[in-house]
Design a protein around this ligand. Structure first.
Ligand code: 5GP
Ligand code: ZN
Length: 113
């Protein structure tokens, strides 16, 4: 684990965060700056930089991540959600531990670019 990774510190509990859901390979917590009534981040327990790296290295962990997103959307909303992975600074990635944004709880707009 990179020593300075905030999300690794969430996983290890070195930095406290309230988990809203978890499974064997992934954990979920509310985004600190929510963009919709439902805005949860799902992250693998192991450190990977972005979703492509995770997919190549451990497809089962990516599947667990998606399953956790689905679980959160069903538990906290109506099961309809957007699952978004920003990859790289030009795409808006600001934390380099892969995280899926689970966004929902309302009729969403679409301004992807
Ligand atoms: P990115 O911009 O990398 O796609 O998404 C990073 C997300 O992490 C942002 O939506 C931001 O609000 C969230 N975030 C950054 N720092 C923290 C934090 O300390 N706690 C929580 N819960 N979310 C954070
Ligand atoms: Zn990390």
């Amino acid at each position: 684990m990179p020593a300075d990774c905030l999300f690794c510190k969430f996983v290890s509990s070195e930095t406290p965060v309230e988990l809203v859901a978890q499974n064997q390979r992934a954990v979920a917590f509310n985004d600190i700056n929510p963009q919709a009534p439902l805005h949860v981040l799902v992250i693998p327990r192991e450190h990977y930089v972005d979703v492509g790296t995770l997919a190549a290295a451990d497809p089962a962990a990516l599947a667990d991540l998606v399953a956790l997103a689905q679980q959160v959307a069903l538990e906290q909303s109506d099961g309809q959600y957007r699952l978004l992975f920003n990859s790289g600074p030009n795409a808006g990635q600001s934390v380099y531990h892969v995280h899926g944004h689970v966004i929902g709880g309302k009729k969403l707009g679409w301004t992807p670019a």
